[in-house]
Design a protein around this ligand. Sequence first.
Ligand code: AMP
Ligand code: ZN
Length: 121
Amino acid sequence: MDSCLFCRIIAGEIPSRKVYEDDSVYAFYDINPQAPVHVLLIPKKHIARIENLEPSDADVMGHLMVAARKVGDLLGLSNGYRIVFNNGADGGQEVEHIHLHLLGGLKMGWPPYQLSAPSSN
Ligand code: AMP
Ligand code: ZN
């Protein structure tokens, strides 16, 4: 997808601070970190949202999870971290290319949101 921000990052057209890369995954630091460590992991295949996943994407999504484990190890997050997929409007997704947020370096609370007006859906 020529116009997709994250596809352009994978292609090297937009600079990023790479943390990890393999055949199907690219990981880089979030430009607006929400935790002391905030890394985004993306499949190299353009998939806009969870709803667009096909059964044949199981391997790439499983690989994304294993890559998250590698990034956690690489960055020394031995005390744990949080993994988030913001999906769709109510999920807070802004970039329409599936991405895994890996957040660490602090003790987080639960739930991760503040109650507000219900969705208009
Ligand atoms: P989301 O709201 O889940 O779609 O998350 C998109 C994330 O992409 C946000 O956390 C942004 O800070 C991050 N982001 C946007 N542009 C860039 C960029 N050029 N490099 C790194 N992270 C970015
Ligand atoms: Zn894309």
